[in-house]
Design a protein around this ligand. Sequence first.
Ligand code: F0G
Length: 351
Amino acid sequence: MHWQGVIRHYGRFFTFVPDEAVITLLEGNTPLIPAPALARRIAPGTELYLKYEGLNPTGSFKDRGMTMAVSKAKADGSDSVICASTGNTSASAAAYAARAGMKAFVLIPEGKIALGKLSQAMIHGAQVLQVLGNFDDALSLVKEVSSKYPVTLVNSLNPYRIEGQKSAAFEIVDALGDAPDYHILPVGNAGNITAYWAGYKEYRAAGKSKRLPAMLGWQAEGAAPIVRGAPVAKPETVATAIRIGNPASWKQAEAARDESGGLIRMVSDAEILEAYKMVAETEGIFCEPASAASIAGVIKLGTERFFQAGQRLVCTLTGHGLKDPDNAIAQSVAPVTIPPVLGDVLRILGF
Ligand code: F0G
């Protein structure tokens, strides 16, 4: 059957939304791609899968939550949404609001979001405010505005965002027939690790799986408040999507870690960029730097001999690499410029 989006497919696990209020771009149903070559390099003997969330309609996992948050806002009579964002949430909010005929207001840290994401918010007609501060400053502002004025907050503090994002865990269990041994993902504002863990638990309670994965979350070294146990006032990382110093779902992320017997650790920018190139070159999959924090985490644990042969690992690749062309170009070999002459082509190709 034609895919109908996460609400129509998994709606029985979500708060009820009347069908006529459903705002969907047919998000979800993303591929769970086996990555045997990458597994041989970084975690030999394991079965490694990549949940490629970059293939959602706006290029990130945020669409799973945004369909629920915007549909519910619409159903409840709201005419506008607001969010703080490192880029992907704003892109998704702008697109879903456009489709709903609602206004979107987005607050982003000035100069610190990837160009593709900024272009998305702009083309969908959102009112974009660049804050001379970081994501955490922007989040404080939108919390205040939405608590006092008639506009719906669509950051992951909105419980419907988390509900929709659970669908990724459902899809993984549906694809594998059970939960994996480990689920590995980047952690920024910590909504996604919260959502996956809720999804895995709910699906098992519904008899859809026999077991639960251990959740392995990864922060960037310069933006690792959960790992360090204290907010980071000036978070910095090349992975701008997770450049967050005081995550909204901090406690829920710790609960996911502890209940699942998992961990939340950190990787350096150099490790993130190495993983970013490796997954692109080894498996032909282009993700954004923040997404590669999950791969960097597997590399780190692989060198510590953390995994055992036969174990199943799922890494979420949270966003598409095309979101952030600047980083891709900066990390790659520059094109060679030549005159339109056959001899030059042959010389350079080595024929
Ligand atoms: N990966 C990407 C590509 C993201 O955009 C985000 C979060 C994360 C990972 C972390 O997920 O916040 O649920 O822990 N981006 C938010 C945004 C903050 O505004 O787009 P999280």
